[in-house]
Ligand binder design. Structure first.
Ligand code: UDP
Ligand code: MG
Length: 317
């Protein structure tokens, strides 16, 4: 029998928080009065997360499942693996660190019951460092203006997706790895609901500055070529102004004579333009890199599912 609900949770080095997670999540799910499964995807954790997940699989083998990657592939890839393995009619994603309260899950389901195919949470009173909130704000504003995707908070992972949407996401595969924004793009009848936000229950954020930059590149290059267009427009404007400068310099040379002063100003301008050029090259590289990943078509992940029954047999023998 397929469950109604599949809760998909990416887990990366969350050993300190998993007990609290299950102690808060399971009562909520048990209280829904609907069948469910919880799929935890261990994204190559280096700590004890896998052993803890296996323990929970053994205590509730009917509802808890654990998939694992042998290396760290990233939060969205972990969620994709959960999507591919899920059996439910409805998927709910959430973080393992309890930053979004599982007690808000019924709010999402209520909206799905009203006919919405994607229900996104947006965070109120977000309890994160100021720089994280600032980056999110910028990233949301950028998406809002450069793509056709409109939503309040693409960083909030407490969200619900109907099965037909999940199937589209899986079909798109690598080409749209940014699940929250992509699902909003696919949705025919999306809804948004305010959800709570708390500081991490335990452990530390897995996002350093590098991962955050990569995450935002995925968003930007995944949905829009506006950066490339802006770059071209900037390049055209620059060509125009430097053309004027050349004409001016030639005239000056003919009328007043050669000039030596001001050579460092020209250097400064040149260095600036070279750096702009390098940025552009990097930008094109981002897009080419995405095309390359697509063409190469290596599997994005290999997920192994923990089977409690097999484990029991191994222990007996
Ligand atoms: N996560 C993951 N792989 C990663 C980084 C994070 O599966 O490489 C998971 C993590 O365990 C958590 C969720 O993604 O369940 C969100 O990560 P985190 O709380 O570190 O991010 P933040 O809340 O700081 O954005
Ligand atoms: Mg978090």
């Amino acid at each position: 029998m397929h469950p109604y609900l599949s809760v998909v949770i990416p887990v990366y080095n969350e050993e300190a928080g998993l007990d609290i997670l299950f102690s808060r999540l399971l009562p909520v799910l048990d209280g829904l009065g609907r069948s469910f499964e919880v799929i935890c995807v261990n994204d190559g954790s280096a700590d004890n997360s896998q052993a803890i997940l296996e323990k929970y699989c053994q205590t509730r083998p009917d509802v808890i499942r654990a998939l694992s990657f042998s290396r760290n592939c990233g939060q969205h890839t972990a969620i994709m693996a959960g999507f591919e393995a899920m059996r439910g009619e409805l998927a709910i994603t959430m973080d393992a660190d309890l930053q979004n309260p599982p007690e808000d899950i019924p709010k999402l389901i209520e909206l799905v019951d009203q006919g919405h195919d994607v229900v996104g949470g947006f965070r109120s009173n977000r309890d994160d460092p100021a720089y994280r909130r600032a980056i999110s704000k910028l990233s949301n504003i950028f998406r809002e203006y450069t793509t056709q995707i409109h939503m309040r908070d693409h960083g909030c992972m407490l969200r619900a997706y109907r099965r037909d949407i999940i199937e589209q996401i899986i079909k798109a595969g690598d080409s749209s790895p940014f699940i929250t924004a992509f699902s909003q793009y696919l949705a025919q009848n999306p809804a948004e609901v305010q959800v709570g936000h708390e500081a991490r229950a335990a452990g530390e954020s897995n996002y350093n500055l590098y991962k955050l930059i990569r995450y935002n590149f995925d968003l930007i290059t995944g949905f829009s070529v506006v950066p490339l267009q802006l770059f071209t427009i900037f390049g055209m404007a620059m060509s125009f102004f430097s053309g004027l400068l050349v004409v001016y310099m030639v005239m000056r040379r003919l009328i007043i004579g050669p000039e030596v002063d001001g050579v460092f100003t020209l250097f400064a301008i040149l260095f600036f333009l070279i750096s702009v050029l390098m940025t552009g090259l990097g930008l094109i590289g981002e897009y080419v890199g995405r095309i390359y990943k697509e063409v190469r078509s290596h599997p994005r992940f290999i997920a192994t599912e923990f089977k409690p029954e097999l484990q029991d047999k191994a222990n007996e023998s």
